[in-house]
Design a protein around this ligand. Structure first.
Ligand SMILES: [Zn+2]
Length: 106
């Protein structure tokens, strides 16, 4: 079993969509929302919202980016200075699923 975990604590200005991983750091485009705890970019938002509607999960949309603000600035403001992400890598999908859902490597 080969699972590695890396916690990144200094995100700086970096803003990535938690669904498609697109880099929005320098984009002025507005839109998107927070779904659960995931930053959802303007490109992913319409499809995800349609799915949320279909599965009756619209209450998972916790906040929406204001129209007069870029998605990147909105995410940076919302996460604050102590934000961190954990990057989990695994050899196989099953190992990754175990690491995420069961903490198998801990
Ligand atoms: Zn996206």
């Amino acid at each position: 079993m080969t699972i590695t975990r890396e916690t990144i604590t200094h995100l700086g200005a970096l803003v990535l969509c938690d669904w498609c991983n697109e880099d929005w750091t320098s984009s002025d485009q507005s839109g998107g929302f927070i779904f659960g705890a995931k930053a959802t970019c303007p490109n992913c938002a319409p499809g995800l919202e349609a799915d949320a509607k279909r599965f009756n999960e619209l209450d998972h949309i916790k906040a929406r980016c204001p129209a007069d603000m870029s998605f990147a600035d909105w995410v940076r403001e919302g996460r604050g200075p102590d934000a961190k992400v954990e990057v989990i890598s695994a050899t196989t999908f099953d190992e990754l699923a175990d690491a995420i859902f069961k903490g198998a490597d801990k």
